[in-house]
Design a protein around this ligand. Sequence first.
Ligand code: 13P
Ligand code: ZN
Length: 272
Amino acid sequence: MDILNAPFMESFKRLTSDAFKKGWHERNGGNLTYRVPAEEVESVKESLHPAEQWQPIGNTVPDLAGEYFLVTGSGKYMRNVEIAPEKNVALIEIDAKGENYAIRWGLVDGGRPTSELPTHLAAHELKKKMTNGKNRIIYHAHPTNLIALTFVLPLEDKAFTRELWEMATEDPVIFPEGIGVVPWMVPGGKEIADASVKLMEKYRVVVWSHHGLFVCGDDFDEAFGLMDTVEKAAEICVKVLSMGGKKQTIPRDGFIQLAKDFNIDLNTELLD
Ligand code: 13P
Ligand code: ZN
């Protein structure tokens, strides 16, 4: 099958266009990567060209050797993925050492994978191991309210988690592990990759201070839903702060009761 007709390409396009309409992707902001299952790679092999040039990833990911990823291009706009995936997206292959990648399809007008590739692949490697191969998506966006909160809330896991859990009763059910916070760092390098992956050992949501949000998911719906839920909590929080702050909230015992009734493993270390 032509890769342009593959169901995974449809899902990739749907996420990028929905997310752009949400306002999370100004210009080239944000990036998306999908670890493509071997049978899906096989189903589109007629569209692939041979690996021409191997380029360094900027990180070492031995547990991803031989894997294929569908990735947004660096400097490419999320809003353009739907209309011209072949110009804005690439299918890349990882070499046998997990040190280099080669483009096997896409970016037909030139370009390279997202500058956040070292972070995405390091997170893929970790989550693949932690979920027995189920996790397939890593996704980064620039959601407005979440970024705004990084100028106001303490840049600590506990403060962010508790504040956002309080903003909607079912939020602790969606991200019971809580939220990790990376202090401000230059994007795209190994330093932010290492800091994010360290937090991804505990969480599925990581805040990049004054920059955006970084999430994972088993599939496109889960990753999009997680981004959407956290950003909606942030939006409520911004509104509450703008109205003069909380006058009442969910009590500590309420979270314990919720965890019991919904049978979730709530990270109570993040409650006071
Ligand atoms: P890319 O265009 O290289 O994906 O970078 C966008 C971005 O949001 C970096 O954090
Ligand atoms: Zn970014």
